[in-house]
Design a protein around this ligand. Structure first.
Ligand code: URA
Length: 431
């Protein structure tokens, strides 16, 4: 390992065998954390070639369970978001794609910090089971072309161990390390078609379009090298997506989109992500695929697929017809504008932190969250507000969290006399 660290320090390219040796040795515990940290720091400074990155990705993907979706041929689809606020697109994209013949058999994660996670959102549906046996996972996927469960304990364990180490050694922010970390989990999850949503802006991991593009290009390249049809969109996360932030509130909003009752940014981003996968499945161009996705919402087929899916995973589908049946938070509190003007900026990260404060998110991995807590925006960036008008409504079961949450929320807002220019929703694409 000493020699390999030295090689990387000098910028020498490592062979496939050398990278395998590092990943296997580290996963088994033969290579100690201090040597692996030194190696990661050398990668931070000297980077990795695409070949090295794809070898690292494959070695980490193969370090644990690899899901076999080969029975679905080229139809298996996955979607990954680099993390945002109010991002409930999986709940909309998955049923659209499944209603059009794809098989979305995927594992999702939980929320941490200001960003939410699909598994938490789904658990807000009474009865929905996120922990499935491998047989149940395959059976639900076969029956309805759609299954979403929590990540198996042994998916890419090398990444789990490495990410924990990078987190405490200031070695997270390296494109090859981020690419291999994210893509190893996607490759191990088994889907042939992968759609990546790289978020960009104040609520995202990547703050600038340039950084987001570098990450998107890196992931697309490695996905293709590993034999997966991979595409990426870079989408705006400078303001929360949609109006709702918080678990059950976001599921309710996704249901509204699937019912065709809500348009705007959340429907547009979801349709564009779904279209990337549908274009692959049907061998058509993205515009034609978009039209099919819009139709799947308008004719109710995506909503029926959603209903079938939720029922198969044990969820109570009566909440779909009557969203008031979702458990509600005890306290609702209106935030009112303290000035007249246009909202010129709404810091998405701070809005996510406000939702956390109300109980909807985790500050540490072991925190218990309140699935009914969160907030619903009444106004977003670009809207005019009058002093005293409602900007958002906060929901919580912890009355004493409201004052701090309001303070965090207000610190996210900037006002101006002039209407700000509308930001691009789909910033770029890589395919
Ligand atoms: N998310 C991941 O899964 N890995 C990284 O390295 C960064 C973000």
């Amino acid at each position: 390992m000493y020699e390999l660290i030295t090689k990387k320090k000098k910028g020498v390219e490592l062979s496939t065998e050398e990278i395998k040796y590092i990943v296997e040795g580290f996963t088994k515990g033969d290579i100690p954390d201090y040597q692996m940290s030194a190696f990661c720091m050398a990668v931070i400074f000297n980077g990795m070639t695409d070949r090295e990155t794809s070898d690292l990705t494959l070695a980490m993907a193969e370090s644990g369970d690899v899901v076999d979706l080969s029975c679905f041929g080229d139809k298996s689809c996955d979607k990954h978001s680099s993390g945002g606020v109010g991002d409930k697109t999986t709940l909309i994209v998955a049923p659209i794609v499944a209603s059009l013949g794809g098989v979305v058999a995927k594992m999702s994660g939980r929320g941490l910090g200001h960003t939410g996670g699909t598994v938490d959102k789904l658990e807000s549906i009474p009865g929905y089971r996120t922990e499935l046996t491998p047989d149940e996972f395959m059976s639900v996927s076969e029956k309805c072309g759609l299954c979403v469960c929590g990540q198996s304990g042994n998916l890419a364990p090398a990444d789990k161990k490495l990410y924990a180490l990078r987190d405490v050694t200031a070695t997270v922010d390296s494109i090859p390390l981020i690419v291999s970390s994210i893509m190893s989990k996607k490759i191990a999850a088994g889907s042939k078609n992968i759609m990546l949503d790289v978020k960009c802006g104040s609520g995202a991991f990547m703050k600038t379009p340039e950084d987001a593009k570098r990450l998107a290009e890196g992931m697309e390249e490695i996905g293709k090298r590993c034999g997966r049809n991979t595409k990426a969109l870079i989408t705006n996360m400078d303001v929360p997506l949609g109006f709702a932030v918080g678990n059950s509130l976001e599921v309710i909003e996704a249901i509204e989109v699937l019912k065709g009752k809500l348009c705007g940014d959340i429907r547009e981003v979801s349709v564009c992500l779904a279209a990337g996968l549908v274009a692959n499945l049907k061998g058509i161009d993205t515009e034609s695929a978009k039209a099919l996705c819009e139709k799947a919402i308008d004719d109710g087929s995506a909503l029926s697929k959603f209903r079938q899916w939720i029922a198969l995973q044990g969820g109570d589908v009566s909440v779909i017809d009557n969203t008031e049946l979702f458990p509600a938070a005890k306290y609702a509190y209106e935030i009112k504008a303290d000035t007249d003007g246009y909202i010129s900026h709404m810091n998405a990260e701070k809005i996510g932190l406000c939702s956390c404060e109300l109980g909807a998110g985790r500050k540490t991995k072991t925190d218990i969250i309140d699935l009914s807590a969160g907030l619903v925006l009444s106004k977003k960036t670009g809207d005019f507000v009058k002093c005293g008008e409602e900007i958002a409504r906060l929901y919580t079961n912890k009355e004493d969290s409201l004052a701090k949450a309001e303070e965090v929320f207000m610190s996210a807002l900037e006002f101006s006399e002039r209407k700000p220019e509308a930001a691009e929703l789909i910033i770029d694409k890589v395919e």
